[in-house]
Design a protein around this ligand. Structure first.
Ligand code: NAP
Length: 510
């Protein structure tokens, strides 16, 4: 085998010239779509993966301590329960392994092309097709499904002087496992869901850790536990038991929506618990004051950790609340002029959620990108997936589908079910394309925005990644997840502009 061919085989074979469906990404969304297509008898699809392994955010986020903060019985596919979870909240390697296993069991692997980053997608109205350019070549797709999620592209703040830093820098989602942190002076920027997991994991090894906190988050106890082998055996023997556990977790989590979206007085109970937890874990009043949040619980993602606060009380840790002014070759400098020496800077600064880079690469019917289309008014779509002007584009986990309380896998499965229903109807009627009627999309989004106005995410007194640069919440679903599922139970083609399938004109060689 030639080297080029060997490499192509390793990366999953050559690209097909044309497919019915091209799926971008192999995280939960991409894999769910692939399995859904196959279960409905459709095999003419390809998954385009930019990396050389599958797994999406659960492949990339391999930082020490990474785990899910939604219980595993719920944070998994409904059709592929895993009786072997070893903990209530699974660590990242188990989730990544689960995705691998599920993709393999359902026959997804042969459809994946690795190293095939989507570089551009242009809708061809005459041909009713998406022309795709990837890092491995070109192909055409009748339907383009973006399974790229919201947490795929790291956000690194443009701090003056960063380029001149003499040490090592990396982001939590691109952890440098070859870099030895032992004895190092480490600066951590950010105190979100990622940082609160990796800070306690690295604190015992590092020489000194300076944690730069812009906003103190709310932290509640993490009710994790080992799932013992006899319990696992029971789940394997009686799958109904695991389904019951999943259902109980689902409804427990839905109850949070009452506080987020309907009556914020409920959040006061959680705040009391969080204050007591902080007081118990952080005896030093000065440090406790720094770590006390000043906004309503839930306005930012509620964090769960039993080890975060104790790590911050250790003698090798400083919590700095002054804003960062600049970075020098060997230090981070804060607004008060203090130099905080650092050999390594780790960014726990989150992701590009409201300005996803993939949207810059998608060119719709009128020749503008999705980013340009969203430039005024922010990200929006019908059912968080379909956008007028972009026929046959399905953006899974798109605008206003995120959750502050439950499993995104539930949302993904709901959208995939809807997509399959749409495909079934298109095929039955000999239709080739669909895109939402602008007025239907607008009405849907104004209802979503209206519902969001009274939620804790809008009124809770914080800035968060849920809001775009204009303060509009373009990321979260405003209410119960069962409401989302009810809305998407069936695809009503009356909400879409559709076009009939045209016979393909054979290309004449010049
Ligand atoms: P994040 O929640 O967006 O947190 C980013 C942190 O960086 C915040 O503390 C933010 O401060 C800070 N920051 C950003 N820019 C900064 C700057 N220029 N200077 C100083 N600080 C800055 O990101 P994340 O922790 O990676 O989490 C993102 C999401 O991923 C989570 O909300 C969650 O949905 C998901 N996640 C889930 C898990 C899990 O399941 N366990 C784990 C990790 C992540 P401000 O608060 O002031 O903005």
């Amino acid at each position: 085998m030639t080297t080029a061919l060997a490499r192509a085989t390793e990366l999953g074979g050559p690209l097909p010239a044309r497919v019915r469906v091209a799926i971008v990404g192999t995280g939960f969304a991409g894999i769910a779509t692939a399995i859904g297509l196959m279960r409905s008898g459709r095999h003419d699809f390809v998954l385009l993966e930019r990396a050389e392994a599958l797994g999406g955010t659960w492949r990339d986020n391999s930082y020490p301590g990474c785990a899910c903060d939604v219980p595993s019985h719920l944070y998994s596919f409904s059709f592929a329960p895993n009786p072997d979870w070893t903990r209530a909240f699974s660590p990242q390697p188990e989730i990544e392994a689960y995705l691998h296993r599920t993709a393999e069991e359902y026959g997804v692997l042969p459809h994946i092309r690795y190293g095939a980053e989507l570089e551009g997608a242009v809708w061809d109205e005459a041909e009713q097709i998406w022309h795709l350019t990837t890092a491995r070549g070109e192909l055409d797709a009748e339907l383009l499904v973006l399974g790229t999620g919201g947490l795929s592209d790291p956000a690194i703040p443009a701090i003056p002087g960063l380029d001149a830093f003499a040490g090592t820098t990396f982001h939590s989602a691109t952890w440098d496992h070859d870099h030895d942190l032992r004895g190092q002076r480490v600066a951590v920027i950010g105190t979100g869901a990622s940082a609160i997991q990796f800070v306690p994991a690295i604190q015992p090894q590092v020489g000194h850790l300076t944690l730069f906190q812009r906003t103190a988050p709310w932290v509640l106890p993490r009710r994790d536990r080992a799932i013992r082998s006899n319990e696992r055996r029971l789940y394997r023997r009686f799958p109904a038991l695991q389904r019951a556990a999943r259902t109980a977790i689902y409804w427990g989590r839905e109850a949070w929506v009452l506080g987020f979206s309907f009556d914020q007085r409920i959040m006061e109970l959680g705040e009391k618990q969080a204050h007591a937890f902080l007081a118990k874990q952080v005896p030093d009043p000065e440090l406790r004051a720094k770590l006390t949040p000043h906004f309503r619980l839930g306005c930012k993602r509620v964090l769960l950790s039993n080890t975060y606060f104790p790590a911050l009380t250790q003698p090798n840790v400083d919590v700095v609340t002054e804003h960062i002014r600049e970075i020098r070759p060997h230090a981070v400098v804060t607004a008060d002029g203090v130099e905080h020496p650092a050999d390594t800077i780790i960014f726990g600064t989150g992701f590009r959620v409201t300005d996803p880079p993939i949207a810059e690469r998608i060119v719709g019917r009128s020749g503008i990108t999705l980013t340009e289309h969203w430039a005024s008014g922010g990200m929006r779509a019908l059912h968080g997936a379909m956008t007028s002007g972009f026929p046959n584009l399905v953006y899974l986990v798109g605008p206003n589908t995120g959750l502050g309380h439950s499993s995104i896998v539930f949302i993904i499965e709901t959208q995939v079910g809807y997509l399959l229903d749409a495909l079934r109807q298109l095929d039955a009627r000999g239709l080739a394309t669909l895109e939402p009627k602008p007025e239907v999309e607008a009405a849907y989004n104004s209802e979503v925005q209206k519902r969001l106005q009274k939620t804790v995410w809008s009124t809770g007194g914080c800035a968060s990644w849920y809001l775009d640069k204009n303060g509009r919440n373009t990321t979260l679903w405003p209410t119960f997840t069962f409401t989302f599922r009810r809305k998407l139970r069936r695809c009503d083609l009356g909400n879409y502009v559709t076009t009939a399938r045209r016979s393909r004109t054979p290309k004449v060689a010049a």
